[in-house]
Design a protein around this ligand. Structure first.
Ligand code: ASP
Length: 595
C-alpha cells in the first residue's frame, strides 16, 4: 500500500524552523517545517497533524474548506510518513491550547504539503515508553532512536560531551588521539585482537584504555592531555557494561591527588548543570579503609546511612562474632516494622554471604541492654528504623578478613536499603551524592591464579610510606589511586603513576612478572621512564555511566546509540559474523571448527 502514494521531490525547498522550537513569537510568520507524522486526527472538516522532529512536536491544521487538493493529501498521511509543510503560524484557540508542550500555544495552518516518503507501520509506537522486548528495539534501533525518549538521551549525551570539551579546553587541556590498534594494555579484562595481514600470526590488541599512551604523552611533555575515547574490553556484558564504551580520559604532569580532584569537580558541576541538576564541589573524600568500615564497599551509596562496627560495645565473650572480626550494626531509616517473612529474608540473604544476622534487636536488648543502648546511640537508630546486627561466626576468610565481613554487611545493607526504598524513599535518582574514595590497596589476591594482581593497574604508584610493603606485606600496601563514585556507581578511577623505572620494575616483580616478561610486554614503557619521565597522574571517567545516571536510566544501553546484547550481538546488523574463506586466507587464519 505504502508505496502507491505519490511522492514529492524536495527540490530547492528549505526548512525554515524546527517543529519543536515553534513559539508564540513565531505567530504571523510563514514557516516551512519538515518532519515525521507523529499523530493524525481526522475530524472530517479539519485534519490535525502532530509533526515531529528531534526538537519536539508542532500541530499542523488542514481545513477542508480551504484547498481540497491539500486536504485530500493530508488524508493520505499515516504514522511516520515524512513530510514538509508550509503555512502560517497562528495562535491556537483557547480550547485547543496545550499547556503541556512548549509549542502548545500555536499551530501551523497548512498551505502546502510535500509528501517526501512513506513508512511501514513501525514495529512499536513512537511513544515515550514502549512495551516491547529490548531485542525488538535493538533490531529496529533506527526506529527506536527516533522515539522522543531516546532522542532526549542522545541529545543529552551530545550536550554533556560538548560541556566536557569546553571545560577541559578552558582548563588548558589538549585533546590528543592515541591509536586503536595497539599492544595489550593491562586493565584486567580480555583483549579484542585484530589479526595483521601483512605480518601473519601477529595481532594488534584494541586498547582497554589509552593508559600507556597517555603516560608516554607526559614523558613527551604534553602536560594536561585529554581524550573522549572508545575503549574495548572483552568481558561479560551487564547493564553497565559494553564491549566498547567511552571514557573521558585525562592525564597531567606534576599533580598531587588534590589537583586531579580540583580538575574533575568543576567538570562534574558543569556536566550536571547541562543536565539540569545543580551539584556543588568539593565532594567528600574518604579512604578505601574508611569506605570499607562504614559501607562495606569501595563505591558507597551515600544516600543510605553508613553502618557501624559495634563489637567494642559488647562483652568479649558475647559470642556474636568470631573474635577479632567485626560485628556490624546496620540501620535503614523509616522502614517501620518488618514482617516475620521479611526478617527471614534478610537473615537468609546474610547467611548466603557467611553472616549471622541478628534481626531482632528486642532480643539482643534483653541480653545486652547496655550495649544495645549504645548501639542505638552510635547508629542514631529511631523507633521507626530497621536495626539489625550482623556478625561472622565461622573461620576468618580472605587476605584481609575484616574486609570479607564488611563486604558481606555492605551487600546486606544495600539489599535491605533497596528492598524497602518505597518506604523510606532515600534512593532518589535525583539526589546526586558524589564522593572520592582514595588510597585503595595496591593489590588484590587472585584466588584462581593464586597470585597478587594490580587492584587498579600495574602503573599505579604505591604510597611513598608503603613502598617497603611491596615485598614484605603486599596485602597492606596502599596505592595512590582514587575513584569517583556517584550513588553507588563507580564513575571513574585514576591514580598517581609510577614515573621511576626502578619502582616500576619492583611493582612488576611484586605482580609476579619475570624481568623478561616485563620487558616483553612493557619494555617500551620501562625504557621511556628512563628518558626524563615527569611525575604524573590522571583519571578516566565512564561517559556512558555518567550520562546514564543523569538521564535517570538504569542501563547504559539507553544512552548508547547502537549497543550490543548481553551475548555481544548487534541485532540490527547481525555482527559478529563469519569471515569468508578469502579473508581468512589473507590473514593466515584457519578455523579449528569451521562453521
Ligand atoms: N586507565 C584507567 C582505566 O581505564 C584510568 C586511569 O588510571 O586513568 O580505568
Amino acid at each position: 500500500m505504502a508505496n502507491q502514494v505519490p511522492l514529492d521531490f524536495l527540490g530547492d525547498l528549505r526548512r525554515t524552523h524546527t517543529c519543536g522550537a515553534l513559539r508564540p513569537s513565531d505567530e504571523g510568520h510563514r514557516v516551512v517545517l519538515m518532519g515525521w507524522v507523529h499523530r493524525r486526527r481526522d475530524l472530517g472538516g479539519v485534519i490535525f497533524i502532530h509533526l515531529r522532529d528531534r526538537e519536539g512536536v508542532a500541530q499542523v491544521v488542514f481545513h477542508a474548506d480551504g484547498d481540497p487538493a491539500l486536504h485530500a493529501k493530508a488524508e493520505m498521511l499515516r504514522s511516520e510518513y515524512v513530510v514538509a509543510v508550509e503555512g502560517l503560524v497562528e495562535a491556537r484557540s483557547a480550547d485547543t491550547v496545550n499547556p503541556n508542550i512548549p509549542t502548545g500555544q500555536v499551530e501551523v495552518v497548512a498551505e502546502k504539503i510535500w509528501l517526501l516518503n512513506t513508512s511501514e507501520t513501525p514495529p512499536f509506537p513512537m511513544e515515550e515508553h514502549v512495551d516491547v522486548s529490548e531485542d525488538v528495539r535493538l533490531k529496529y534501533r533506527y526506529v527506536d532512536l527516533r522515539r522522543p525518549h531516546m532522542q532526549r538521551n542522545l541529545m543529552l549525551r551530545s550536550k554533556i560531551t560538548f560541556a566536557v570539551r569546553e571545560e577541559l579546553y578552558g582548563q588548558g587541556f589538549l585533546e590528543i588521539e592515541t591509536p586503536f590498534m595497539t599492544k595489550s594494555t593491562p586493565e584486567g579484562a580480555r583483549d579484542f585482537l585484530v589479526p595483521s595481514r601483512v605480518q601473519p600470526g601477529n595481532f594488534y590488541a584494541l586498547p582497554q584504555s589509552p593508559q600507556i599512551f597517555k603516560q608516554l604523552l607526559m614523558v613527551s611533555g604534553y602536560d594536561k592531555y585529554f581524550q573522549i575515547v572508545r575503549c574495548f574490553r572483552d568481558e561479560d556484558l551487564r547493564a553497565d557494561r559494553q564491549y566498547e564504551f567511552t571514557q573521558i580520559d585525562l592525564e597531567m604532569s606534576f599533580p598531587q591527588e588534590e589537583q586531579i580532584f580540583e580538575t574533575i569537580e568543576p567538570l562534574i558541576e558543569r556536566v550536571c548543570e547541562v543536565a539540569g541538576h545543580s551539584v556543588k564541589g568539593p565532594f567528600p573524600r574518604m579512604s578505601y579503609a574508611e569506605a570499607m568500615r562504614a559501607y562495606g564497599i569501595d563505591k558507597p551509596d551515600l544516600r543510605l546511612p553508613r553502618f557501624w562496627p559495634v563489637e567494642d560495645l559488647f562483652p568479649a565473650d558475647a559470642g556474636l562474632t568470631t573474635e577479632g572480626l567485626p560485628l556490624v550494626a546496620i540501620r535503614i531509616p523509616g522502614t517501620g516494622a518488618l514482617s516475620r517473612k521479611e526478617r527471614d529474608e534478610l537473615k537468609e540473604y546474610g547467611k548466603e554471604r557467611g553472616l549471622t544476622v541478628y534481626d531482632d534487636p528486642k532480643r539482643l536488648e534483653r541480653d545486652f541492654a547496655g550495649a544495645m543502648a549504645q548501639v542505638r546511640e552510635r547508629t542514631e537508630a529511631g523507633e521507626n528504623d530497621l536495626l539489625i546486627l550482623a556478625g561472622w561466626r565461622s573461620e576468618p576468610k580472605g587476605q584481609r578478613p575484616e574486609e570479607t565481613v564488611f563486604q558481606a554487611c555492605g551487600q546486606l545493607r544495600l539489599f535491605a536499603g533497596q528492598k524497602y526504598n518505597d518506604r523510606h524513599g532515600l534512593l532518589n535518582p535525583r539526589d546526586f551524592r558524589f564522593l572520592w574514595v582514595l588510597d585503595f590497596p595496591m593489590f588484590e589476591w587472585d584466588e584462581e591464579e593464586s597470585r597478587w594482581v594490580a587492584a587498579h593497574h600495574p602503573f599505579t604508584s604505591p604510597k611513598d610510606e608503603d613502598l617497603e610493603k611491596l615485598e614484605s606485606n603486599p596485602a597492606r600496601c596502599r596505592a595512590r589511586s582514587y575513584d569517583i563514585v556517584l550513588n553507588g556507581v563507580e564513575l571513574g578511577s585514576g591514580s598517581i603513576r609510577i614515573h621511576r623505572q626502578d619502582i616500576q620494575s619492583k611493582v612488576f616483580a611484586a605482580l609476579g612478572f619475570s624481568p623478561e616478561e616485563a620487558s616483553n610486554r612493557f619494555g617500551y614503557l620501562l625504557e621511556a621512564l628512563t628518558y626524563g619521565a615527569p611525575p604524573h597522574g590522571g583519571i578516566a571517567l565512564g561517559l556512558d555511566r555518567l550520562v546514564m545516571i543523569l538521564a535517570e536510566e538504569t542501563s547504559i544501553r539507553e544512552v548508547i546509540p547502537f549497543p550490543k546484547t548481553a551475548r555481544g550481538t548487534d541485532l540490527m546488523s547481525d555482527a559478529p559474523a563469519p569471515a569468508n574463506a578469502r579473508q581468512l586466507r589473507e590473514l593466515g587464519l584457519q578455523l579449528i571448527r569451521p562453521k
